[in-house]
Design a protein around this ligand. Sequence first.
Ligand code: SF4
Length: 343
Amino acid sequence: MAKSIRPKSHGKGRTLEQLGLYIHYPQCAKRCWYCDFHSGTDRRGDGYWLEFYRKGLEMFPPGRPLSSVYFGGGTPSLMRPETIAEILKPLNLAGNCEITLELNPATASKAKMRGFAAAGVNRVSIGVQSLDNAQLLALGRIHTARQARTALDNAMQLFPRVSADFIYALEGQAIAQWEKQLAHINSLGLSHVSLYQMTPQQHGEDAAAGFFLATQDGISLPRYEVSNHAAPGHESRHNLLYWQGGDFIGIGPSAHGRIGLIATYCDLEGNYTQEEIAPDDRLREKILMGLRTEYGAENCRLINQTRLDDMVSAGLARIRGGRIVLTTHGLLVCDAVAAALIL
Ligand code: SF4
């Protein structure tokens, strides 16, 4: 068991750095074959998880208010709203704290969503994945397209911020079919969507590139991360913390966190370990994350300047406000670009 970690607070009058809290709920009604998150179908009651999270929070005595809380999974919408309220009650939440709950359309009725909103949740991320029943079946999802649309309608009435996840480049899916679905997604009135591509093995590298380019052309919301699109002001503040190298606490089985140069990890039994990260390794992490976003990565001493010039000439990257921002074609080969750029 690691000793406790206190996220630093700042002196009076100084701007507080943002601090996020990720809470992992590792249970699902049914496992989906494509998923590699830590989750299972063995059910433990909400009381077990309340105690698990209470112990986890003891590891991180309050240092500064939380700017975001994210319930991820697994399927955290399986928890009762009262449990969510209990988890949130002792937390030191900033006035405008973003509180997100991942929600499976099959596990959240309108009444339950109302309960989540009353508990303090102000943003939901709905795992829609597809608006086509045959594709949902093939993915092993437990909900229908109609249930997903009902969940979206209900959520948009109850929460100020709603996001939905979709998966594309599914086996047997043609780009034209996905373009049609993108038009449908645009018509839903969402302010945030996450569009994840299946691994290129399904179609091959060239087709994967075609799917990605069609996605960028077809989605009406602006991209702010390689797989995430939002209306201005509706970006996920919690995920931005990760991608911009901010501090976050992670509790729950397999959750990890970053507090300055300390990396934390919670094992499946609730034991926390911590290790110090070398400053250059932390900077590399930030560059890697930043390159995936529209805010870019700092052009710093760990960047190979000759290769950067080559990439700018090749149209894979540009310099904006002193930061390196990948173009759409650069994002297509993001991992290779990052490997070549970072010293
Ligand atoms: S419901 Fe979500 S977390 Fe659970 S197995 Fe399916 S994709 Fe993974």
